[in-house]
Unconditional design. Structure first.
Length: 269
C-alpha cells in the first residue's frame, strides 16, 4: 500500500526539482505512521490492563479479604501471583506493551507483598530476608523483560523507517531516471528535426539560413551534453536532500542513511 502511495505521489509531482513534494510525502507518511504507533500503544495498554484486571481478580479478592495475612500466607500469595503471571503471559493479543503493563501492575503490588511477608509469622527472619531478596530478583527480571520488549518495538520501528526511506529513494531515483531519459530523448528528437531542416536548406541552396541553424544545432548538442553531465550531481543532490529530511522525519535510521544512499546511487553509475 505504501509503495503504491509513494509511486502515485511522485508521478504526480511533476518537475519536483527541489524534492519539495518528496519531502512533504516523507513527512506525511511518518506522521501517519506515528499516529498508528500511538494508537497501537493505547490499544495495547487498554487490552493488557483489561486482561490483568480479569486474570488477577481472584488474587485481588484474597488481598481484600485478608486471606494472605496468616501464617504461610506469603507462600500462598507468591504461588497465586506466579500462576496469574504465567496465565497473563500465555494470553495472546497483548500487543507492544504486554510486559510493561505487567511490570507496572506488579510494582504497585510490591508494598502489599512486603506487608504480607512481614505478617507471615511462619517464616524466620532469615527466611523473610531470603524471600525479600527473591522478590527483588523477580522485579529486576520483569524490568529486563519490559526493556527487551521495548527494544524489539524500537527495532521494528527502525526497520519500518528504513523500508520507508528506501522506498522513497527508489521511487525518487526511478522518477529522476525517467525524467532524464525523457529529456535526452526530447533533445535527440529536436536535434534530428533541426538537422533535417538544415539538410533541406543546404539542398535548396539556402546556405546562410543553414549556417544560422547550425548555431541552434550546436546549442541543442550542448544542452544534451549538459543534461548528461549534470545527471550524477543532480541525483546526488536529491539524495542528500532526502537524506537530510530522513534525519528529521525518520531518526531511527540516521546512522545508516549514508551507506544506503551510496549503495543506491552506485547502482546507476
Amino acid at each position: 500500500m505504501e509503495k503504491e502511495a509513494v509511486a502515485i505521489f511522485i508521478n504526480n509531482s511533476f518537475k519536483d526539482e527541489d524534492q519539495k513534494y518528496q519531502l512533504e510525502l516523507m513527512k506525511v507518511v511518518q506522521e501517519e505512521y506515528e499516529k498508528i504507533c500511538e494508537r497501537n500503544y493505547k490499544e495495547s495498554q487498554k487490552s493488557c490492563e483489561s486482561k490483568i484486571e480479569c486474570i488477577f481478580a481472584p488474587l485481588e479478592e484474597k488481598i481484600r479479604d485478608g486471606s494472605y495475612m496468616t501464617p504461610g500466607g506469603y507462600k500462598e500469595y507468591c504461588n497465586d501471583l506466579k500462576l496469574a503471571t504465567s496465565e497473563y503471559r500465555s494470553e495472546g493479543g497483548r500487543g507492544v506493551k504486554g510486559e510493561e503493563v505487567l511490570k507496572e501492575y506488579l510494582e504497585r503490588k510490591a508494598s502489599i507483598g512486603e506487608a504480607i511477608l512481614s505478617a507471615d509469622q511462619s517464616l524466620t527472619e532469615a527466611e523473610q530476608r531470603a524471600e525479600a531478596e527473591q522478590a527483588r530478583r523477580e522485579a529486576s527480571e520483569r524490568e529486563n523483560r519490559a526493556m527487551e520488549e521495548q527494544l524489539v518495538v524500537q527495532e521494528r520501528l527502525r526497520a519500518d523507517q528504513q523500508r520507508t526511506y528506501e522506498e522513497n529513494v527508489n521511487q525518487l531515483m526511478e522518477r529522476m531516471e525517467r525524467d532524464s531519459r525523457n529529456a535526452i530523448a526530447e533533445h535527440d528528437r529536436v536535434l534530428q528535426a533541426r538537422l533535417k531542416e538544415q539538410s533541406d536548406l543546404l539542398q535548396q541552396g539556402f546556405d546562410d539560413k543553414a549556417s544560422q541553424m547550425q548555431r541552434e544545432i550546436d546549442a541543442l548538442k550542448d544542452a544534451k551534453a549538459q543534461e548528461v553531465e549534470n545527471r550524477p550531481s543532480f541525483i546526488s543532490k536529491a539524495l542528500d536532500t532526502v537524506g537530510t529530511a530522513a534525519t528529521m522525519f525518520l531518526p531511527g535510521i540516521f546512522p545508516k542513511i549514508g551507506g544506503m544512499a551510496l549503495k543506491l546511487f552506485s547502482k546507476l553509475f
